[in-house]
Write a protein that binds this ligand. Sequence first.
Ligand code: NI
Length: 166
Amino acid sequence: MAKLPILTYPHAVLAAKAQPVGEITPELSALITDMIQTMYESDGVGLAAPQVGHSIRLITIDETGPKERKSPMVVINPEFVECTGKKESEESCLSLPTFTCKVKRAENVTVKGRNEKGEDIEIKAEGLLAIILQHEMDHLEGKTLVDHASRLKRTMYETKIKKWKD
Ligand code: NI
C-alpha cells in the first residue's frame, strides 16, 4: 500500500473526461487499495482516480471519514440512475487546497456501477453520501469545484495559487 500524490488544480488530468474501466486487473486492484489509503491519510471522504493521475472512471468514498473508516466504498464506471430534490452544499476538495464553494446538488441520487470485485452494484444515497457521489463523479467529467464557482471567485483562487508557485 502506498499514499499517492494528489494532483492539484489546474493540472490537465483534472480537466479531462475520464475513460471507462475494462476488466479488473491486479494493477487496478492495487490502485484501488492505494486510493483508499490516500483518501484516509489525506483526511478525505472521497477520491476520484483522476486526482491521483489516472484518467479512468473509478472513485472511492467513505462517508464516515478517516477517523471511523467504517464504510469504504468503491465504484467503477459509476452512472446516475436517478437524481431527485435539490440541496445546496458547502464543499472542499483535496485537489483545491484552501478552496471552498457552495454547490447546487441533488438531494437524493441512485448510482449504478461495479464494485472492486467487478460485481454490479446500485447505491441509493441521501445526505452526505449523495453529495460525495456527485462531487467525485464530477471529477470523472473533468469538472472540479472551481467550475461551480463564480468567475470572480475562480479568478481570485487562480491568483492565489500563482502566488504559491512564485
Ligand atoms: Ni474533489
